[in-house]
Ligand binder design. Structure first.
Ligand SMILES: NC(=O)C1=CN([C@@H]2O[C@H](COP(=O)(O)OP(=O)(O)OC[C@H]3O[C@@H](n4cnc5c(N)ncnc54)[C@H](O)[C@@H]3O)[C@@H](O)[C@H]2O)C=CC1
Ligand SMILES: O=C(O)CCC(=O)C(=O)O
Length: 527
């Protein structure tokens, strides 16, 4: 008998398969205190949550028999994925079931924001018949900027077009062809910010999207533009938004989510220009039934040894495969991560080539890890070794894995090549006996770099003094250089420098490096 603990309120219809299963004892208790939760998880094989219950490392460590955690919804930021993976616990979510509800809620917020509906209703409740105060704006002919063109962003765009709005979207996986198919314009983040009358964000919350809409981003927006966040608190910098509304730069905001929830005391709620709901995007009968059904299916499937449809992480792999491949895990992820951070344009194709010792083993897990390393930049923790291929194919990225005879003199060589709509770049790495992972090739340049820490990649002309000028500028910024590698095609021709420095490079330092004579491009990344 499998014991399944359901810790948040879920649709009874949705969890019917669990309630009816003869091999399951379903325990629904949405009112557990933290201490009670730690006790209750000890004897269960599965936990199902919405967004309230925090499945922390402590909870996972108490759950000695846990096999699977189900998230009835999209965002998994309330689950410690690393802890789950370390303990061999599979995490599944329900990414599709609440898309429509959240898109519809965003439209409701858009309308409310344009026509001040909650504020006017509030006045009526106070027995005030205010008309002049609540003059709104039409949506027709206005531009909706959509940041994050995934499941929800796309649905919002379709609905906004129904309101005869013009839609311009930014998403690192959106190219001209996909935008044309969806009937929207696509632009850079800056273009979207500059053109939007209404800006709506639909990205996950992760390092790259934390405060994506900050003071500088808001500065780029039209005076009187409006901002919506029905994705995750923290994508829009709340302090910057507060000040921008107070100064009149931003005419209003619609918020379903906050950096800290519940957010009943939030200063933004005191502004009359703000309309807000308490994280209701997915709160419809239909969405709750959908996500509960989807997550129940996957939890049951996993407990019974089947294949889950929506895995979010990956449990440990078999010990035999681990022994053969684990030394290469870090190398393949780092090569993917490095290249994804320096390549420009929208990803179209990824090829991974294996040679030397790697020609004789099943390298699919390494390709998955390389793809994960590439996609994490934009998708965050939700992409993992299990769903990497599916996520790439959902984004229209073609993956190609090949064995190659070209070892370039190394006993093993792993090459990752990315093609975007703008360029084709490649990186190769090897495991050196006793020394660990090394990047040995970047495009046409031979180098020898440990794929770790804070790296600066500089494209420059091979001219006397270039290296010295870089060194002096870094020392001016109190940046200690740990290692430095230079590769060039020919004397006086194109060259690259790869430096490892002891701390993260600040944007001012990066800008100044870019201004040095003979330096064409500077890219900074942390692996
Ligand atoms: N308010 C609510 O109740 C709900 C909120 N959500 C949240 O909505 C958000 C979107 O969900 P979905 O559309 O299902 O996810 P999705 O994964 O289908 O789409 C997210 C998109 O954001 C893009 N993206 C990543 N980094 C980006 C960046 N720096 N700039 C621009 N785009 C970037 C990704 O490429 C992807 O296409 C998530 O944060 C999710 O947690 C989801 C359901 C309900
Ligand atoms: O469970 C909920 O209502 C929250 C839904 C949500 O935010 C998500 O699915 O990411």
């Amino acid at each position: 008998m499998y014991r399944v603990l359901i810790c948040d309120p879920l649709s009874e219809e949705g969890i019917r398969p669990l309630l009816d299963a003869e091999d399951v004892e379903a325990i629904a208790d949405p009112s557990l205190s933290h201490e009670e939760l730690l006790e209750a998880v000890k004897s269960v094989q599965a936990i199902i949550v919405r967004s309230q219950t925090q499945v922390t490392r402590e909870v996972i460590e108490h759950a000695e028999n846990l096999q699977v955690i189900g998230r009835a919804g999209v965002g998994v930021d309330n689950i410690d994925l690393d802890a789950a993976t370390e303990h061999g616990v599979v995490v599944v979510n329900a990414p599709d079931g609440n898309t429509i509800s959240t898109a519809e809620h965003t439209m409701a917020m858009l309308m409310s924001l344009a026509r001040n509906i909650p504020q006017a209703y509030h006045q009526l409740q106070q027995k005030r018949w205010e008309r002049k105060k609540f003059v709104g704006v039409e949506l027709k002919g206005k531009t909706l900027g959509v940041v994050g063109f995934g499941r929800i962003g796309r649905e919002v765009a379709q609905r906004a077009k129904g309101q005869r709005m013009k839609v311009i979207a930014y998403d690192p996986f959106l190219n001209q062809e996909k935008a044309d198919k969806a009937g929207v314009d696509h632009g850079t983040l800056q273009e979207v910010l500059q053109q939007a009358d209404f800006l709506t964000v639909h990205t996950p919350l992760m390092e790259e999207t934390k405060h994506l809409i900050d003071r500088e981003a808001i500065q780029l927006m039209k005076p009187g533009a409006r901002i919506l966040n029905c994705a995750r608190g923290g994508i829009v910098d709340e302090d910057a938004l507060y000040q921008a509304i107070q100064s009149g730069k931003i005419a209003g905001a619609a918020l379903d989510v906050f950096e800290e929830e519940p957010a009943t005391e939030h200063p933004l709620l005191s502004l009359t220009e703000v309309v807000a709901t308490p994280h209701l995007g997915a709160s419809t009968v239909e969405a709750q039934e959908n996500v509960a059904t989807d997550v129940s299916y996957d939890v049951l499937e996993h407990l019974r040894g089947g294949t889950v449809r929506n895995p979010v992480n990956m449990p440990s792999v078999s010990s035999e495969m681990m022994e053969q491949l684990s030394p290469y895990f870090k190398l393949s992820e780092r090569l993917g991560a490095f290249l994804s951070r320096v390549v420009e344009g929208t990803l179209e194709r990824v090829s991974v080539y294996y040679s030397g010792e790697l020609t004789d083993v099943d390298t699919t897990p390494l390709t998955r890890i390389a793809i994960k390393g590439i996609l994490r930049r934009h998708i965050g923790q939700r992409v993992n070794d299990v769903n990497a291929f599916k996520t790439a194919s959902d984004k229209g990225i073609v993956i190609n894995e090949q064995k190659s005879t070209s070892t370039k003199g190394f006993t093993n060589l792993l090459t990752v090549e990315i093609e975007t709509d703008q360029e084709k770049r490649s990186i190769a790495g090897t495991l050196l006996n006793g020394l660990g992972a090394r990047i040995v090739q970047l495009d046409q340049y031979s180098i020898d770099v440990v794929p770790d820490g804070n790296l600066i990649l500089i494209h420059h002309k091979d001219q006397p003094g270039a290296i010295g000028r870089v060194g002096s500028l870094l020392s001016e910024h109190n940046m200690n250089i740990a290692t430095m590698q230079v590769g060039r095609t020919n004397q006086g021709g194109d060259a690259v420098m790869v430096l490892t420095v002891d701390k993260e490079v600040e944007s001012e330092c990066q800008d100044r490096l870019g201004e040095i004579t003979d330096i064409n491009k500077v890219q900074c990344l942390t692996l």
